[in-house]
Design a protein around this ligand. Structure first.
Ligand SMILES: Cc1ncc(COP(=O)(O)O)c(C=O)c1O
Length: 360
């Protein structure tokens, strides 16, 4: 039996007819970039998240860079996690600020006390990642950010639909999401969005994603081209309609893993009241590399998200790093088991059986 981590052909299959309708529509009206599909998607995803503004952009990294710039975080320091995909850190550097790493807690996300200790006179913001879609301790981080007068930015690239009181992306000053094909709501190419409740920030971002243009001929400030294609927006709207059911299916599979593997492996802590989106299903295991090899031999595509913590990447060589013992400990032990609507129950049971056999 093969248990792939993702299978985009299976994922896209139910939408092929709707995708073709989108293509026909876009070919008909010809507004191929920032066309009516983009506006419709922005409204739909804003409604879904419960946020006032959603700004469609070209990818999740741009969402972070433009979001940081729009909040004025173009210098000073930003406290963030080294346990993430690298874009949560590179975006800080690309916006002009300096990343400062704080350690993580048992939820694999920023530890609130470590963040408090890392905030200094140069700190402008906290950039939190809901790793794998497991919501961080947002109420505590929000309180801390307000008390210390810094911005709070959510990287919810992996967390669309995750809940922690409110929806991820609506728990902070600004949320940035990715619709990379490997995300739960994945486009047929690159795409991303920025969420904000602030009218002025939204107005700035509307220009910032389009070279700073305020009209065809006028430009207010230098910026990049990060516009979303009408096709991607149309495809995303088609998939957003079914997204609550997709999330439900992911959560059911996660519950099955948790029930069957309790006592055999450990799991990241899910904070009280939080509902993850399970972009990845993390386990925390002993003899991780041996287990991964065995599962791969059995046809199970277990992956490590991510094998090198960001502070140890070559590109991070100039970032001053303190002690990150939990980040380093957990990075040696995390393993993501395949999960998603491309899998049937028998595949999940096969994974459970093989993990059980390894530790028997
Ligand atoms: C946590 C995190 N942040 C940022 C990104 C960047 O998104 P994108 O690949 O769409 O630029 C990703 C995904 O790649 C991610 O997983």
């Amino acid at each position: 039996m093969k248990v792939p981590a993702v299978d985009l052909a299976v994922r896209f299959k139910p939408y092929r007819e709707r995708f073709h309708e989108v293509l026909d529509r876009v070919l008909e009206h010809g507004q191929v970039i920032l066309g009516p599909e983009v506006q419709a998607f922005e409204q739909a995803v804003a409604r879904y998240v419960g946020v006032k503004h959603a700004l469609a952009v070209a990818n999740g990294t741009d969402a972070l860079v433009l979001g940081l710039r729009a909040l004025g975080v173009t210098d000073g320091e930003v406290v963030t996690t080294a346990m993430s995909y690298l874009a949560s850190t590179s975006s800080i550097a690309l916006a002009g600020a300096t990343p400062v790493f704080a350690d993580v807690g048992p939820d694999l996300n920023l530890d609130v006390d470590a963040v408090a200790a890392a905030i200094g006179p140069k700190t402008k913001a906290i950039l939190v990642v809901h790793l794998g879609g497991n919501p961080a301790r947002m109420q505590d981080l929000y309180r801390l950010a307000k008390a210390r007068g810094v911005k709070l930015i959510e990287d919810c690239a992996q967390a669309l639909g995750a809940v922690s009181g409110a929806n991820a992306g609506n728990l902070s000053d600004l949320g940035a999401v990715s619709f990379h094909p490997l995300k739960n709501l994945g486009a047929v190419g690159d795409a991303g969005a920025i969420f904000t409740n602030d009218d002025a920030v939204a107005a700035n971002l509307r220009l910032a994603r389009n070279h700073g243009h305020s009209s065809r001929d006028q430009c207010e400030f230098w910026s990049i081209n990060s516009r979303m294609d009408s096709l991607q927006a149309g495809f995303l709207s088609a998939m957003l309609d079914d997204y609550p059911a997709v999330l439900e299916a992911r959560r059911k599979q996660a519950e099955r893993y948790r029930a069957a593997l309790a006592g055999i492996v450990e799991f990241p802590v899910v904070n009280p009241g939080a509902l993850p989106s399970y972009n990845f299903f993390y386990t925390i295991v002993e003899r991780r590399d041996d287990l991964q090899r065995r599962l791969l031999d059995d046809g199970i595509d277990a992956k490590i998200h991510y094998p090198i913590p960001i502070h140890q990447l070559n590109a991070a060589r100039e970032i001053a790093v303190g002690q990150l013992p939990q980040t380093e400990y957990l990075t040696q032990r995390i393993l993501s088991l395949p999960l998603g609507p491309h899998l049937v129950d028998s595949q999940i049971e096969f994974v459970i059986e093989k993990v059980g056999e390894f530790y028997a």
